[in-house]
Design a protein around this ligand. Structure first.
Ligand code: ADP
Ligand code: MG
Ligand code: MG
Length: 883
């Protein structure tokens, strides 16, 4: 079998389409070589070897070694060096690379092949002993850490001590001799920690590193990342072995990372950071403050050292050509790594860049306008859920800000929270309901869970491409990085900035758009929904078939939803209008009434309030459809429990408190979810439905007269299980319509329909549709009743059900398509058979979930309805489902 794929010298055995086999990094290295870009030669050991390795108790296929040797010889021929040749050694990097990019999750070893003899040969051949020994010390530290699990601090301690002793500030201050001393110290560490000498045999080093990459696929960090990003364990990682090029060969050498467009704002400008005389991860690790790539796109004016454009203009020109070629070729924004060795430019990596939601929108819209991609592709490039980032507030520019430090604007958005310094603590506080800002000198992959739990992240070290910045942008969390004037004292649980001391638990505000760090809480503003957002949503609206409505119970919700583009109200839960202090007494009076007369007197108090509520909703929705659900009260939520609540009702009705208390006890239910609710209430007490119907019709007439726009109310009867129930209630509604229209001298068209939220209703949809003019699938209750799982009690076991693969996801978040979905499809089909044009919608939480929306599209529903803030997400998801 073929396990190894070579690249270099303008050609490659792989290509970017082979990501499954070669991993993202390997496939793109091959592609860049094929494109004729300068890529150091190398080869990729395929992900199939990783699969083999785990299937065969950590061993390799028998013919792998020979294939690796052959590929190494080929790299040697292209570079004019030989691996493991003491006189003229080929040095390589060993780089992991999974299918999906997993930044910082897997470990890379650079300068492999060095030993006590090779380092002297390199010192001589390069004419730069300092460079040779700098490479050797880097190699010992990286290899010892990745392959032999010796903690970095052992090495950092030695280097810090040495620098202190000699009065050096920067690593670049050390001479060749200094590095020989440090290397000796490093080798002692290895001996002390492992009892063995640092391996001198290049082949032993190589196989040690390859094994470490494969093992790291299952390490804690990688597992966490995979879990958070839904990456299957079975994919495995590839290993890339590549000839080293050296950015640490003096003042004409450099290493850097760049994006073809700004990953934070999306601006079409080359954007990145680099360091002169440095290697590999120095830029990302934030050891020195990096310099900007271009003169114009300067990042927060952080470094006053010259840009690459100024420092190495010819290299810069070549790099710019490469970036343009890559962006055109991949037709997407690229995130690239490069190294310059003595003025010679090399590409080391390219991939589609991670970006904020804001940047994703701008890049997609601009690329479509540039003709690089189609509008449909632009629509497909935006993750619907990511729009959420844009719909939330930003800092009020007029509000006073007590700015205590300014770092880099690493990931936009504003966040307010309590200071916390530790990721475990951040997670614990979050689960206790606190909002926290994670404050770190810098973050590492061990902080992922803490970053996840935080509202925002603040670091004092590291640039725009530091770990904190990259991960925060991926998570859509606000981040300020490299706020260098802040001094963190982990031990004391404090930081100081601008002469003030901030303790753990105190509130700060960070603004990831400006890099500002502020004491206390700064007020926020509602988001701006114009610009690229509006353009892309307009394109989405042109292609989608499904209508998007909102679930709104109040005029405020309805207004927000209209602003977000809702095309009507799919669900107005009238009981939510009753929680208000001034109304609850009348509601309790109604529930506790023992006679129809008593109930009617309570209802008479509620009716004008309801009429006003409905009139306001109809007015805001300007003739768009509005579905109002008749009362579906969870009785226990309305019953008075406390003595003072009982006393209030007693005072309003003149009944005795004891009697009311007894009545409340009588109404207690063991399982309110399956109790006296929904249409059952309307069947027992039709006067309640009558009052609501009257309020709806009168409110509609009022709104129509006020706005001059025709209103067609849709009255929805909840929890129906048979046609007969609906017939009884519809007869009452129709009678009320006749009398209201007569009294007002106005006639309105209206519809009466039902929610399908019981399996029996789905099964009987054929006869129910004889009466119902529309169905709205109440998938929250339909999920509960179909699975027999109470949403409020599922917490204790649902997680393990998903983990064990019994359910593919949380069925209350994403529709259970196999079970609940089948009922929906069946009810839709049976309903349509009876009433061809029956209007069909969905109004559970699922109405705002992209995967569930795709299901609704496939099932041919007419609309989805979701909470106001999810309306734009639903519009985009509906468009993607229609593509
Ligand atoms: P990661 O996936 O964490 O980015 P990489 O394999 O890309 O890991 O490598 C880490 C760093 O080492 C990057 O800055 C990369 O450019 C650099 N690097 C990797 N291979 C080489 C090489 N052959 N020559 C010079 N630098 C390299
Ligand atoms: Mg790394
Ligand atoms: Mg990389």
């Amino acid at each position: 079998a073929k396990w190894v794929y070579s690249f270099g010298d303008g050609k490659a055995e792989g290509a970017s389409a082979m990501k499954n086999l070669l991993g993202g990094k390997g496939a793109n290295l091959a592609e860049m070589a094929n494109l004729g870009l300068p890529v150091p030669p190398g080869f990729t050991i395929s992900t199939e070897v990783c699969t083999y390795y785990y299937a065969n108790s950590h061993t390799y296929p028998a013919d792998l070694q020979a294939q690796v040797e052959a590929a190494l010889a080929q790299v040697g021929a292209l570079t004019g060096r030989n691996f493991a040749d003491p006189a003229n050694p080929l040095l390589v990097s060993v780089r992991s690379g999974a299918r999906a990019s997993m930044p910082g999750m897997m470990d890379t070893v650079l300068n492999l092949g060095l030993n006590d003899v090779a380092v002297e040969a390199i010192a001589t051949s390069s004419g730069d002993p300092r460079f040779a020994w700098d490479s050797y010390r880097r190699f010992i530290q990286m290899y010892s850490n990745v392959v032999m699990s010796i903690d970095h601090h052992n090495f950092e301690e030695i280097l810090e001590l040495y620098k202190d002793r000699k009065g050096f500030a920067q690593d670049t201050d050390l001479s060749a001799y200094d590095w020989t001393q440090v290397v000796a110290g490093y080798k002692d560490v290895v001996k002390r920690e492992t009892g063995k000498d640092f391996p001198q045999d290049a082949r032993e080093q190589l196989w040690g590193a390859i094994g470490a990459v494969f093992s790291s696929w299952m390490n804690q960090r990688a597992n966490t990342y995979r879990r958070l990003h839904d990456i299957p364990e079975s994919w495995g990682t590839a290993v890339n072995v590549q000839a080293m090029v050296f950015g640490n060969m003096g003042e004409t050498s450099a290493t850097g990372v760049a994006f073809t467009r700004n990953p934070s704002t999306g601006e079409n400008a080359l954007y990145g950071e680099f360091l002169i005389n440095a290697q590999g991860e120095d830029v990302v690790a934030g050891i020195r403050t990096p310099q900007n790539i271009t003169e114009t796109a300067r990042i927060g004016a952080k470094s006053d050292k010259p840009s690459l454009e100024t420092a190495l203009p010819e290299v810069f020109a070549e790099f710019v050509r490469a970036t343009q070629l890559l962006e055109k070729h991949y037709r997407d924004m690229q995130d690239m790594e490069f190294t310059v060795e003595r003025g010679k430019f090399w590409m080391l990596q390219t991939r589609n860049g991670k970006r904020t939601a804001k940047a994703a929108l701008r890049v997609a819209v601009e690329m479509a306008n540039e003709g690089l991609i189609t509008r449909q592709e632009a629509i497909g490039r935006i993750e619907p859920a990511s729009l959420d980032q844009l719909l939330h507030p930003t800092l009020d520019p007029k509000a006073p800000r007590n700015i205590v430090a300014t770092g880099l604007p690493a990931s936009p958005g504003a966040a307010v929270g309590e200071i916390v310094f530790d990721s475990d603590e951040a997670e614990a506080l979050k689960s206790g309901g606190h909002k926290v800002i994670l404050v770190r000198v810098e973050t590492s992959p061990e902080d992922i869970h803490g970053m996840h739990a935080s509202e925002g992240i603040l670091t004092t070290r590291g640039g725009m491409t530091s770990h904190a910045a990259v991960v925060a942008r991926g998570m859509g969390k606000p981040c300020v990085s490299g706020a260098g004037t802040i001094r963190v004292d982990y031990a004391a649980g404090t930081f100081t900035a601008s002469g003030q001391t901030f303790k753990k638990g105190e509130i700060i505000t960070i603004d990831g758009a400006t890099g500002q760090v502020m004491a206390g809480e700064v007020p926020m503003l509602q988001p701006e929904l114009s610009g690229e957002f509006a353009v892309l949503m307009g394109w989405a609206d042109e292609v989608r078939r499904l209508k998007v409505r909102t679930n709104a119970d109040t005029p405020a919700d309805a207004r927000v939803a209209r602003k977000f583009g809702a095309e009507g109200i799919g669900l107005c839960r009238t009981e939510h209008m009753f929680f208000e202090e001034s109304r609850i007494v009348a509601v309790r009076e109604m529930i506790l009434a023992e006679t129809e007369a008593g109930r009617r007197s309570a209802l008479a108090k509620l009716e004008p309030m309801q009429r006003q509520d409905f009139a306001a909703l109809f007015e805001i929705m300007q003739g768009l459809p509005v579905t109002i659900r008749l009362l579906d009260p969870p009785l226990h939520e309305f019953l008075p429990h406390k003595p003072e609540e009982v006393a209030q009702v007693a005072a309003a009705t003149g009944a005795s408190a004891e009697k009311l208390k007894a009545r409340a006890d009588e109404l207690h239910e063991f399982n309110p979810m399956l109790g006296f609710r929904g249409v059952r209430l309307a069947v027992a007490y039709p006067e309640i439905a009558e009052m609501q119907a009257k309020a709806i019709f009168e409110g509609a007439i009022e709104a129509q007269q006020k706005t001059g726009v025709a209103v067609t109310p849709e009255i929805m009867v909840p929890l129906v299980l048979s046609k007969r129930e609906l017939d009884l209630v519809k007869a009452r509604i129709d009678a009320v319509a006749v009398s209201v229209f007569k009294a007002k001298g106005v006639t309105l068209p209206y519809m009466v329909g039902t929610m399908i939220e019981l399996p029996r209703a789905a099964l009987r949809a054929g006869d129910i549709a004889e009466t119902a003019e529309f169905f709205s699938f109440g998938t929250n209750d339909l999920t509960q009743t179909t699975l027999g799982i109470s949403r409020d009690d599922a917490g204790s076991f649902l997680g393990s059900y998903v983990q064990k693969g019994i359910l593919p996801q949380d069925p209350f978040v994403t529709l259970d398509q196999e079970g609940v979905g089948e009922l929906v499809a069946l009810a839709a089909e049976r309903g349509r058979k009876t009433r061809e044009k029956i209007k069909l919608g969905i109004c559970g939480e699922h109405g705002g979930d992209p995967a569930s929306i795709a299901f609704c599209e496939r099932t041919g529903l007419d609309y989805v309805s979701c909470s106001p803030f999810r309306v734009p997400i639903a519009r985009l998801a509906a468009a993607q489902a229609a593509l």
